[in-house]
Every structure is written in C-alpha cells, then in structure tokens.
Ligand binder design. Sequence first.
Ligand code: ZN
Ligand code: ZN
Length: 164
Amino acid sequence: MPNEYEIREYSYYCPKCGNSHFIPYESDELCLVCKTRMIESPHEYCLTEEKLQSDYNEFEQNEQRLFDEVISKSPEFDINFYNSKDSILKQRQQQQEEAIAHGQAILEGRDKGNQFGVECPYCHAANVKKITTASKAVHTAFFGIFSLGRNSKQWHCNHCNSDF
Ligand SMILES: [Zn+2]
Ligand SMILES: [Zn+2]
C-alpha cells in the first residue's frame, strides 16, 4: 500500500490522445483535449514530488516511458488526436485566457460584452474581432494599394462590417 504522499503524485493519462499530467484529477475528470475519461497511471510511472524536484530529466523520461509502454498500446489510442493534442491544448488555454480577460474587463467596469472591452462605434455591437496582421496582409494582397487605409484600423465589427 503506497503512502498518501505518493498517491498525490500519481499521474493521469488519456488513453485516446496521450494527454498526461501530474496534477491530481478527480476520478471522473475528462481529458481537456478529447473528453475521454483520464486513467490513473500504473504505479511504476508515478513520481513523488521529491523525485521530481531532484531530477527533471527523470520526469521527461518517465513521460516518454508512459507513452511508449502504456498510452501508445492502448486500444483507444488515436494517432490523429495525439498529433493535434498540442494545438487543441493551446486553443483551450487561449479560450481560458479570453474568459479571464473578459472577467477582468467586467471587474474594471469596461465590459462591453466581449473580452476586449471594445464595442463598434457605429452600431455599438460587441461582436467585434481584432484585425490580425495575417488578415491585414491577406486583405492588402487581394485589394491592393487602395485598401492600405484599412491597415490603420484595429477592429472589425462582425455586425455591421465596419473597421475602426
Ligand atoms: Zn484525450
Ligand atoms: Zn458595427
């Protein structure tokens, strides 16, 4: 019977996409990436906090071993999910950050209904998006020199289609 200290350091993994971590999850927690139920790693892949702090390489090797010996052999393992795991995780992180930014906008009294705290000056819709450098470049490529004025605008209103 492992002691409580070790139990806390059990890692969990997703048998479908290979998402794994050492943060204790509730037993009914679903994978952030693919919503599959996370599985507790076999005991030999669990590291105590003490071990983790003494040797970071061991942490990485352990993850690799868990993947090679357990996750990749799981019948549910899906290589497509595994390959897109990092970008999906990034997306989730971004959604979280936007939700936090929106919460901050509310706290600071500049809530306009979106995370930017910005509304369209023409129709007052909150359904705006930031004009990214990439979409500016594409727009300039399509519409040429006459649309350069657009590039000074930072926001696009999805409701009335104005830029401001
Ligand atoms: Zn997963
Ligand atoms: Zn508008």
